[in-house]
Design a protein around this ligand. Structure first.
Ligand code: COA
Length: 342
């Protein structure tokens, strides 16, 4: 893609003044499908109970997309809300990065469906696949575009209809997931290159393909010509998750020049209440600084972090200038963290 002259001028001006481009979070939005499925409802069709699910995961209810409601539909609604929160029109967007494991179609990218429905006729739109870490990966990609001056206003979306790749007879996985979408608008701003800047201060990403068998889908276009269903060794994933997430949060704080004492809010991937608590404990964070939505969203994969961010922003917990640490881990394994000053 070509760098637009105005963007290039901004980048050069920033460099000339000894300042840096920062990707400022200008707005956050979310959308959840209307239908809610409680644990009690699941217990009518599979051998489980509300008590078991709440005790092991903290989940009470999840949203499930209606027939004919696709990932792009959820993504567009979340994006419209993020744009409204940012107070800008869709026409300003020159980059859409959408994280999903459940695209509408094998191709084209769901991001291009969103681009078209938002009425955009310019810019770049593509998908990122890192399962439950997808939003952190997408945020890192968009942040790098902005900091290099290759885009000025980005929409970063995490959107999933994970209900479509669940084996509804497998009680060890189907009770854990839900559908939804969250989006943030990033705008290129200037900073001094210090932790006091507003915007994304750092992103840290990791992958380890050796752990494939612990969390994967049983199919794919190239192998089975079907999407497959989720399979997971929950116990092993659990152990990896606490270690890796605490590690990458520490790493991201060090990279941003901050310590855990500087964190105002942690917005974790919402996989399991016990994982969230375990990471918080390892980092020595007070539980009241951790945003938890897993009880009413369940694990919405790439949508979980922006959904939680949207909730805590909308209800006034997260305020301007707060330091927010977002973290996630997913199949692959993939894992990562982002530190932002709001
Ligand atoms: N309802 C009732 N019983 C269930 C059940 C359910 N929904 N799912 C599994 N069980 C049973 C198992 O069959 C097993 O029974 P058994 O002892 O007779 O064989 C028993 O509960 C214990 O299973 P186990 O898998 O060891 O439980 P656990 O304490 O590890 O909890 C998870 C299971 C999935 C909740 C937990 O391992 C977990 O949260 N892991 C992390 C998963 C995750 O977050 N993944 C996403 C990362 S992006």
């Amino acid at each position: 893609m070509t760098i637009e002259p105005a963007v290039k001028a901004r980048r050069d001006a920033a460099a000339g003044q000894g300042s840096v481009i920062r990707s400022v979070i200008a707005g956050v939005g979310a959308y959840l499908p209307e239908r809610q499925v409680t644990n009690h409802e699941l217990a009518k069709t599979i051998d489980t109970s509300d008590e078991w699910i709440v005790e092991r995961t903290g989940i009470r209810v999840r949203h499930v997309a209606a027939e004919g409601e696709f990932t792009s539909h959820l993504a567009v609604k979340a994006s419209e809300r993020a744009l409204a929160a940012a107070g800008i029109g869709a026409g300003a967007i020159d980059l859409i990065v959408l994280a999903t494991t459940t695209p509408d179609e094998t191709f084209p990218a769901t991001a291009t469906r969103v681009q078209e429905r938002l009425g955009l006729t310019r810019g770049v739109a593509f998908d990122v696949q890192a399962v439950c870490s997808g939003f952190i990966f997408a945020l890192a990609v968009a942040d790098n575009f902005l900091r290099l001056g290759q885009a000025e206003t980005a929409l970063v979306i995490g959107a999933e209809t994970f209900s479509r790749i669940l084996d509804w007879q497998d009680r060890s996985t189907c009770v854990l997931f839900g559908d939804g979408a969250g989006a943030v608008v990033l705008r290129a701003g200037q900073g001094k290159g210090t932790p006091a800047d507003r915007g994304i201060l750092t992103t840290r990403l990791h992958s380890d393909g050796r752990q494939h068998d612990l969390l994967y889908a049983t199919g794919g276009v190239s192998s089975t010509k079907t999407a497959g269903v989720v399979r997971m060794d929950g116990r092993k994933v659990f152990k990896h998750a606490v270690e890796k997430l605490a590690g990458v949060v520490d790493e991201s704080l060090a990279s941003a020049g901050l310590t855990s004492a500087d964190i105002d809010w942690v917005v974790p991937h919402q996989a399991n209440r016990r994982i969230i608590d375990g990471v918080g404990k390892k980092l020595g964070l007070p539980p009241e600084r951790v945003v938890v939505t897993v009880d009413h969203h369940a694990n919405t994969s790439a949508a979980s972090v922006p959904l939680a961010l949207a909730e805590a922003t909308a209800d006034g917990r997260i305020k301007r200038n707060d330091v927010v640490v977002m973290e996630a881990m997913g199949g692959g394994f993939t894992w990562g963290a982002a530190v932002a000053r709001m």
